[in-house]
Design a protein around this ligand. Structure first.
Ligand SMILES: [Zn+2]
Length: 536
């Protein structure tokens, strides 16, 4: 029987632990790992098997724990360190901290509305134990100490909005999206696209304060300024934290950071950095002194501009009253996670087809947790549609679609020297269809887009137009996709590892001085807020 902790007991779980019916169903999700296993092998270079598991799982590693039928004494049971698990009977297990001793971790166990706090959860041949705070990164991670009922999603969001407004001076139109972001971090492992915020402002504009306030109420917040440390990568792979990266522009290895940030927006993408495979998926807040010049990254972030304020009535994130309110909110947000984990699903918002795919993905992620609040989702859609949420994308939807198809084709087919425009058009439309986009292109339009992207070596044959691509075109394709990013190009689409393509390796490994040309007819859109943000 599981040992009970000194935490309050919210329900009787006798039916769960040690129940015969549940024994065969144990499916833990999260990062259960036999205690004492070599942690240094647990991240960094993953085995191909592990990469496969992680890239297809629900976010974290998905391990099926063996459940032999004979039950032994607890002395023979294997301890499995757990930060989160979803058992097959619907039970959710989440890591929390002991309210009396923050260094100690516990498991909050939720089943059918009943909640218990345990030191360990015994399940046939295994014992789930809370992941211990052994490394420095994990020690800084703020965990809730309990889960508490909340009135409604709306009241939860209003309280988060009030907390942010008390501490930070930011334009009122950004407050709701900040609260939506906070809420979405609590269910991010249920989404396909992660919410990102890009906070831009001069020194003294309150960026760090905003990051600190957000870190009080996001799930598993990690405020960091150094992404090169091993513990950063371990944190990424281990417990999907909400990363809050302060003044990313000053971080030494900026290129690595950008690569990681880009890869972390979509769950399927595995980032390869310096031969280290990293699962970077998760919610992120990045603060910059000046707007990031990475167009691909910008189009995946909600931009929050900040300006220095003369207000003197703001509370500090470390004020005891703010901390108390934040702790109370965290407890309710954990309960929100428990109650919505299995049902939440990002869905379309009426009218969101007017948005570009990346903006639409972001909108759906940010509104998934409160989809039933139609007014709120509509307001968020209007905010996105206003163009103030996400900077404009330099590539047109048609250019993006053709780039995505070409990029996939040259990775699937080794003989990419010539491609019939008709075949290319089919591929373009195929990807558009499986990405859920309503756009379709005709061969004539594909031809025009090819020209605009600079692939103009085409000739007419008996079987139609054929575009020829040489190695230089392959390089150019890689540069274009690196520079602008490609919408919804996941591992599943291209079915290759970046390790299999020398051009992909070159793009990720070496610093390229060759800046890809902006396609003809498209102005380069860089958003420079320095003028606007400078004090007058
Ligand atoms: Zn490649």
């Amino acid at each position: 029987m599981a040992t009970q902790s000194n935490r309050p007991r919210h329900g009787d779980f006798a039916a769960m632990a040690g129940s015969k019916s549940g024994e065969e169903d144990l499916l833990a999700r999260g990062n259960p790992r036999p205690r004492g296993s070599e942690i240094s092998n647990g991240f960094g270079v993953h085995s191909p098997e592990l990469v496969r598991l992680q890239s297809t799982g629900q976010g974290h590693v998905r391990d099926e724990l063996s459940a032999p039928s004979e039950s032994g004494s607890s002395a023979h049971k294997q301890n499995v360190e757990t930060d989160f698990a979803e058992l097959k009977d619907g039970t959710l297990v989440e890591l929390i901290q002991d309210s009396e001793n923050p260094h100690r971790t516990l498991l909050a166990v939720w089943k059918n509305g009943d909640l218990r706090y345990l030191d360990q959860l015994e399940y046939d041949s295994q014992v789930l134990v809370p992941l211990q705070r052994t490394n420095e990164t994990f020690k800084r991670l703020r965990l809730p100490a309990e889960a508490n009922p909340y009135e409604s999603v709306q009241s939860l969001l209003s309280r988060v909005e009030r907390l942010i407004s008390r501490c930070v001076s930011v334009d009122a139109m950004y407050i709701p999206v900040l609260a939506d972001f906070v809420l979405s971090t609590w269910l991010v492992d249920r989404f396909f696209v992660a919410p990102y915020l890009s906070v831009v402002g001069l020194p003294q504009s309150g960026k760090t304060t905003l990051l600190k306030v957000l870190s009080l109420v996001c799930r598993r917040p990690l405020l960091i300024a150094d992404i090169t440390s091993a513990s950063f990568y371990r944190a990424c792979a281990q417990f999907m934290p909400t990363m809050l990266i302060d003044e990313a522009g000053s971080i030494r290895n900026n290129r690595a950071l950008r690569h990681l940030l880009r890869a972390g927006t979509t769950r399927d993408v595995i980032s390869v950095l310096a031969n280290r495979t990293c699962h970077a998926y998760g919610a992120k807040v990045i603060s910059w002194l000046e707007p990031c010049d990475d167009t691909a990254l910008n189009s995946r972030c909600v931009l929050i501009p900040m300006i220095e304020t003369a207000r003197t009535d703001l509370a500090g994130p470390s004020d005891s009253e703010v901390e108390r309110e934040a702790a109370a909110l965290q407890a309710q947000l954990l309960q929100f996670r428990f109650q919505n984990y299995r049902s939440v699903h990002p869905g379309p918002i009426p009218g969101d087809e007017i948005l570009r795919p990346r903006s639409r993905d972001l909108l759906r992620t940010l509104s998934a947790a409160h989809l039933q609040d139609v007014k709120r989702s509509q307001r968020l859609l209007e905010f996105f549609d206003s163009g103030q949420a996400v900077p404009p994308e330099p590539l047109s939807p048609e250019q993006n679609a053709v780039l995505r198809a070409l990029y996939s084709i040259i990775h699937v087919r080794k003989d990419y020297t010539s491609i019939q425009t008709g075949d290319l058009t089919s591929t373009v439309n195929y990807f558009l269809r499986i990405a859920g986009e309503s756009l379709r292109l005709q061969p004539r339009k594909v031809g025009a887009v090819l020209t605009s992207l600079g692939f103009s070596n085409r000739r007419r044959t008996n079987s139609g137009w054929v575009v020829s691509l040489n190695r230089e075109d392959g390089e150019k394709l890689h540069q274009l996709s690196e520079h602008y990013g490609i919408d919804r190009l996941s591992e599943r689409f291209q079915k290759i590892s970046p390790n299999d393509c020398d051009l992909c390796r070159a793009v990720t490994a070496k610093k390229s001085n060759r800046v890809p040309q902006v396609p003809k007819g498209q102005a380069s859109t860089t958003l420079d807020l320095r003028e606007e943000l400078a004090p007058h």
